[in-house]
Design a protein around this ligand. Structure first.
Ligand code: GRF
Length: 219
């Protein structure tokens, strides 16, 4: 089966992009990263992608008068690289409904909370402040509303008594690096079916894989 061609959109560090690139380096993995696109010319992740012989492209939103023009340039570029799927990975620009609808069911995002809780920014501060015992991360299909869309996979991370936003973010990021490759593998192997607002995983054996629930390790 032909591999799914993926463009990863980043804005800075790009550690989730790196986890996808590493997963795709396995010849058996059903997807390949054909491009890494950034709206920020300074994004650290661009260097990693170039070093791994992946095409990179900067489309700086500040060069465009409107979001629509910025996105039109992205679309022109994506047509040239023949992309099947977009993975947002720390891409810090909101996408318009026009863009999202054009790519409907072909854009994934990773968000560092257990959606639908804690959409938006400053999620770790808000999760700690809420008093919740657990948070985590989510890979989901993108819909026009921010951090909305059918959930593919989640990882649960406990919130510890003395947690700081940075410490919690670091533990969640470790799980993000496991979760995004897992979700992409499921999508690329066509086992993910969208039913309204829900995702069902075809092939029951894979179903348990969509929840990563590491045990609380208190010694
Ligand atoms: C991650 O926490 C991701 O969930 C969020 O932004 C962060 C990006 O980190 N959307 P990186 O650039 O992938 O290292």
């Amino acid at each position: 089966m032909a591999k799914l061609k993926v463009a990863v959109f980043i804005s800075s560090r790009g550690s989730n992009m790196q986890s996808l690139v590493r997963a795709c380096s396995d010849p058996e993995f059903p997807a390949e990263i054909v491009s890494v696109l950034s709206n920020n010319p300074e994004a650290a992740g661009l260097k990693f992608a170039a070093e791994h012989s992946i095409a990179t492209r900067v489309i700086d939103h500040r060069d465009f008068a409107s979001r629509a023009e910025f996105e039109a340039e992205i679309n022109r570029y994506l047509e040239t690289v023949k992309v099947d799927l977009i993975c947002l990975a720390g891409f810090m620009r909101l996408l318009t409904a026009d863009f999202v609808n054009r790519w409907r069911d072909r854009i994934l995002n990773i968000h560092p909370s257990l959606l639908p809780a804690f959409k938006g920014l400053h999620v770790h501060e808000r999760a700690i402040e809420s008093g919740a015992r657990f948070t985590g991360c989510t890979v989901h299909y993108v819909r026009p509303e921010m951090d909305d869309g059918p959930i593919i996979a989640q990882a649960v991370v406990p919130i510890l008594q003395d947690d700081t936003p940075d410490a919690l973010a670091a533990r969640i990021l470790e799980q993000e690096h496991r979760l995004y490759p897992l979700a992409l593998r499921l999508v690329a192997s066509k086992r993910v079916k969208i039913h309204g607002s829900r995702v069902l995983i075809e092939n029951g054996a894979e179903e348990s894989a969509v929840l990563i629930n590491p045990p609380l390790d208190i010694s």
